[in-house]
Design a protein around this ligand. Structure first.
Ligand code: F6R
Length: 615
């Protein structure tokens, strides 16, 4: 939540900052601002001023506003906000300044002890203008600066409680930008002529693909030519940069109307890339896990934690691991796990799923589990993310950057990992017949083609959306392997269309939710021809009798489903455990077209942000 960019180099940075912020807008979009060190002669510190421009609303508003003003300088910081403390107004937008207007700060995170610090600073005579927690930071730096801003930042990190990626510029030190980090994402981008700070790689991919990670409680000084990382004791830390496999094209819309649509259509590629080097020609390789056969055979339990869409991938993981590998799996919301005094038993493997690798609750749950002796496998899409760094093993999904706030291609890539992991554990534990193993492996290998077949029929889903988008209640129903799809379907629809939607196991309808059904209700039934098909049919008959409109996602034509359904979309046939990945694709498209009919901003739905770095 909140996006940060900073640039120091030889070019005028206004446009670099604005373009970077646009690429970070998925992280927060209620207000934005930039601060630039301006001077005609940058060698003369006295002539240097911080020029700040901020605006409530989207970055476009800021850009339009700046277009009317002169802003020149080669050192600057920028911020796009997702409000926590204080409303999304111009005055609360970042950067925030100290009393003398010599220091400007942007911040992503929450300062939990800001009230106490603010009181202390007010007593010392500092003046505040905003309602934010962030504003204490430039004033603290003003207090702590005794000739070295990096040391001041280090003292600041020791003083605050909570989380923060904090970046500061000062008129006193025009040839450097200083950052500090506790728990919120921040990376350094390195190039020949300039250096950057950014919350995420897409912000600076057009300038560099070389990055350095920053760890908690480290401070960093960047100049045009140099990057210096300092640990908590003030010692310089040596760290090798890594080269991102993502490129700028992968972070562009590429001719699509929205990132969400582009990312839905990238799913065959994401699934294929996620399999690459792991599954091919019937062979499965998960050597990256580095678990011995003995360890796998002794496993008594697996615990998976995640939030939101990633939680739904976890439920799919539970189902296939239990069915194929025979290991009991518990699935928890990270936000619940971290506070519920969990039992971590011996021979339990702990898996954290998070596309961003920065979700604060998932990070906290990992720390909780680690403190109780658990070994952690992270499944994430972002190389070098906090979760990746804090885990013992990392399984990367290779979906490419996901810019749309709502998860699509990262979800299907997560499901692919769960399927492969289930199969891998089953193989090691010899719990699946060879023939069955081969059948599932071959089916997984052709999954990208089956996903493409669905995408080729997107227009059919658009038609169904056009006919149903005015309905006021949507119930997504499935059983067993269709159940996590129902949960994810309801989440997709509600987050981008703002229509009330619920995902339910179809067998539970009679225990309450059926009271919701009437002619304004659409029931999206996930009803592939699997072992539970007949039961699903009965459940759908019950809601049909209450006048609901039935939209079925079926896999095989038959008379009964045709009679029962007002709309049908056929997904390709597959093994029953694998229907989940196919059933979610039409639902993503259906939700997308409903939201577009309602004129919603699908890439940046209201109140949401891509990575949830606050509790
Ligand atoms: C929904 C969505 C969110 C995320 C959730 C967890 O489309 O994107 O529900 O799934 O915020 O995020 P990660 O996976 O980054 O931990």
């Amino acid at each position: 939540m909140c996006g940060i960019i900073a640039y120091i180099g030889r070019k005028d940075c206004k446009d670099i900052l604005i373009n970077g912020l646009k690429r970070l807008e998925y992280r927060g979009y209620d207000s934005a601002g930039i601060g630039i060190l301006e001077s005609k002669n940058t060698k003369d510190a006295k002539g240097i001023k911080i020029k700040v421009a901020k605006e409530a609303g989207k970055i476009k508003m800021l850009e339009d506003m700046i277009g009317r003003s002169e802003m020149k300088g080669c050192t600057g910081i920028g911020h796009t906000r997702w409000a926590t403390h204080g409303e999304p107004t111009k005055v609360n937008a970042h950067p925030h300044l100290d009393c003398k207007q010599e220091i400007a700060v942007v911040h992503n995170g929450i300062i939990e002890n800001y009230a106490e610090i603010k009181e202390e600073l007010i007593e010392k005579g500092h003046k505040f203008v905003s309602d934010t927690d962030t504003e204490v930071l430039p004033h603290l730096l003003e207090e702590y600066d005794e000739g070295d801003l990096q040391i001041a930042m280090s003292r600041l990190l020791a003083r605050i409680k909570g989380s923060g990626a904090i970046v500061a510029i000062s008129t006193k030190y025009p040839d450097q930008i200083i950052a500090g980090r506790i728990a919120s994402p921040l990376i350094v981008g390195i190039s020949k002529d300039a250096n950057f700070f950014a919350s995420d790689m897409p912000a600076v991919l057009e300038h560099t693909r070389d990055f350095l990670v920053i760890n908690d409680y480290e401070t960093v000084r960047i100049t045009r030519e140099k990057v210096q990382i300092f640990n908590i004791s003030g010692e310089i830390v040596k760290r090798d940069p890594f080269r991102a496999s993502w490129n700028i094209e992968s972070a562009e819309k590429g001719g699509y109307e929205d990132f969400m649509l582009k990312e839905i259509f990238e799913q065959p590629y994401g699934a294929k890339e996620t399999m690459r080097g792991r599954l091919g020609n019937g062979k499965l390789d998960f050597s990256e896990l580095d678990l011995s056969d003995k360890q796998i055979n002794q496993l008594k339990k697996i615990e998976i934690i995640a939030c939101g869409t990633s939680y739904h991938a976890a439920v799919i993981g539970k189902q296939v691991i239990e069915k194929w590998a025979g290991i009991p799996v518990e699935v928890d919301f990270s936000s619940e796990y971290r506070y519920r005094d969990p039992v971590v038993m011996d021979n339990c493997l702990f898996i954290a799923i998070t596309q961003s690798g920065e979700t604060i609750d998932t990070l906290a749950a990992i720390r909780e589990a680690k403190s109780r002796g658990a070994k952690i496998i992270a499944i994430t899409n972002v190389v070098g993310s906090s979760v990746a760094r804090e885990s013992d093993y990392v399984l990367y999904t290779h979906a490419g950057p996901e810019i749309g706030v709502c998860a699509t291609k990262t979800f299907t890539a997560q499901i692919m990992i769960m399927y492969m992991l289930g199969l891998f554990l089953a193989k090691k534990r010899k719990s699946l017949e060879k023939a069955r193993f081969s059948e599932i492996a071959s089916e997984l290998e052709i999954m990208p083609n089956k996903i493409s077949d669905i995408l080729d029929n997107a227009d059919k889903l658009k038609k169904i959306a056009d006919q149903t988008y005015r309905q006021t209640c949507f119930l997504f129903l499935g059983r067993i392997f269709g159940f996590p799809v129902a949960l994810e379907g309801a989440l997709k629809l509600k987050e981008i269309s703002y229509i009330h939607a619920e995902g339910y196991p179809a067998g539970e309808m009679k225990h309450g939710p059926i009271a919701l059904t009437d002619k304004k209700t659409v029931v999206v039934s996930i009803i592939p021809k699997d072992f539970i098909y007949e039961k699903m049919l009965s459940n759908i008959t019950e809601v049909k009798a209450r006048k609901a409109i039935i939209f079925s996602l079926a896999s095989k034509k038959d008379k009964k489903i045709e009679e029962l359904s007002d709309h049908i979309f056929y997904i390709p046939e597959t093994i029953e455990e694998l229907y989940g990945i196919l059933a979610i694709i039409p639902i993503q498209l259906y939700s997308y077209y409903i939201a577009k009919n309602l004129d919603r901003n699908v890439d940046q739905p209201r109140n949401l942000a891509k990575s949830v770095t606050v509790e």
